[in-house]
Design a protein around this ligand. Sequence first.
Ligand SMILES: O=C(O)CCC(=O)C(=O)O
Ligand SMILES: [Fe+2]
Length: 186
Amino acid sequence: MTRHYLEEYGRHLSRIATTLFEAMVKNLNLGPKQSESSLDESTGFIRVYRYPSGSLADETWGMMEHTDSSVLSIVNQDQVGGLEFLKDNEWLLVNPISGTLVVNIGDMLQAISDDQYMSVKHRVRTNKLAERFSICYFVFPAKGSVICSSKYKPFTYTDFQQQVQHDTKTLGYKVGLQRFKLNAAV
Ligand SMILES: O=C(O)CCC(=O)C(=O)O
Ligand SMILES: [Fe+2]
């Protein structure tokens, strides 16, 4: 039963993500090489989260601050709330609005767009009284497709992911796009 719903959910979210992506790319006037990189619906995955409530909520984050590595991420959160994003060094709450999806720009879209769209830092605060559920959809570039831009060295999503895994293992955190910046100091 659940599988059936998740499959259908995935189909709808793929359609929404592709429509949004195409509209955003069209708006950017990218060169032919850049517009070759695209999202691949077959990479889309869905995560269902349950963030427990309780006293621990005082001390722990449901999810620590991060940017998503995806092209786009689409969050369907319940009414409990707790998703926050960083804007001008200030953490702002994404107010839950029933029937509304939250769209996050991921690192891949930031690179594809030459930093015109920035991947947003976000985190999840747990709630002391209520558990929170969210269903998150993430979509990535086609396997092997090279992301070319004027700000970053050409790289594939696999290169990116390997670098993230390496940094997480050796440094304990994700460095992210900075690693691929042209003339980067890192
Ligand atoms: O649960 C949420 O609202 C966000 C989860 C998230 O940021 C992620 O999985 O990358
Ligand atoms: Fe995220």
